[in-house]
Design a protein around this ligand. Structure first.
Ligand code: CAA
Length: 246
């Protein structure tokens, strides 16, 4: 596959780092956004030590203006963005009857509105160049719902609605748009779930363990391949058999 410029939002997180790693090893020029400069510098130095050079640009995906500036900055420094992975996401878990408006808005603004904010300034270039790959990182909990995650599940289900509409509108421009829905992966986000609650969740996974971040990155790479040109509007569940919708 020819080298492309790829933007992976939330690249410093658990799944994000694995995606950045895999895309860079495939020869792509990878960019990601950051909010915390110091944390990101440490992360970038660690990857540089592994021979991976990542372009990091300040950007808050919950803020449309910040995203516009971030996209333009990446394009100036690296060139047009051909690959976009909407990966950044947050949780504010609590049962709905205790959920504040802020907890609802924080999650929806980042996970779902972030897809609008980042994709909107990227899509016109892809359409003009008649090539693009967009992948949304959703969640098993957008498919099955989850006790304590009305905000997160709603945002993650919304991401796939976004995927299938964009897939239809942009198919004739050589742009594919797909969703990957990870189950419970061994990242900081999942490790923040109380241990007793997490143990009960792991007990429901037929494969018998949490997933590895690279098991998600592997699937993302499939959707990005030149040969995946006829795969669009799909939602690939990767969850160790935890939820088998069809
Ligand atoms: N189904 C039915 N009942 C449940 C339940 C479930 N899944 N989970 C909790 N309950 C019940 C409890 O048994 C308890 O009942 P009683 O009051 O009768 O004893 C009641 O709900 C309250 O439970 P908690 O004491 O746990 O309530 P809490 O307010 O302290 O915490 C919670 C609630 C925040 C939702 C906590 O249970 C929790 O963190 N759950 C995990 C949520 C989760 O899976 N988050 C995923 C984060 S990772 C991620 O999101 C990545 C991804 O994409 C997969």
């Amino acid at each position: 596959m020819s080298a492309r410029v790829a933007l992976v939002t939330g690249g410093t997180g658990g799944i994000g780092t694995a995606i950045v790693h895999r895309l860079a090893k495939m020869g792509h020029k990878v960019a990601t956004n950051y909010r915390n400069e110091e944390k990101t510098r440490t992360w970038r130095d660690r990857l540089a030590g592994e021979g991976i050079d990542v372009l990091t640009v300040k950007g808050d995906i919950a803020d449309p203006e910040s995203c516009e500036q971030m996209v333009r900055a990446i394009e100036e420094q690296a060139g047009p963005i051909d690959i976009l992975v909407n990966n950044a996401g947050i949780t504010r878990d609590t049962t709905f009857h205790k959920m504040s408006y802020q907890q609802w808005m924080d999650v929806v603004n980042t996970n779902l509105n972030g897809c609008f904010n980042v994709t909107r300034p990227v899509i016109e270039g892809m359409r003009a160049r008649k090539w693009g790959r967009i992948v949304q990182i959703s969640s098993i909990n957008g498919q099955k719902g989850q006790y304590g995650q009305a905000n997160y599940a709603a945002s993650k289900a919304g991401m796939h609605g976004f995927t299938i509409s964009l897939a239809q509108e942009n198919a004739k421009f050589g742009i594919t748009v797909n969703t990957v829905s990870p189950g419970y992966i061994g990242t900081d986000m999942v490790m923040a779930v109380p241990e007793d609650v997490r143990a009960k969740i792991v007990a429901q996974i037929p494969v018998g363990r949490l997933g590895e971040p690279d098991e998600i990155a592997y699937a993302v790479a499939f959707f990005l391949d030149e040969k995946a040109a006829w795969v669009t509007g799909a939602n690939l569940a990767i969850n160790g058999g935890h939820y088998m919708g069809w």
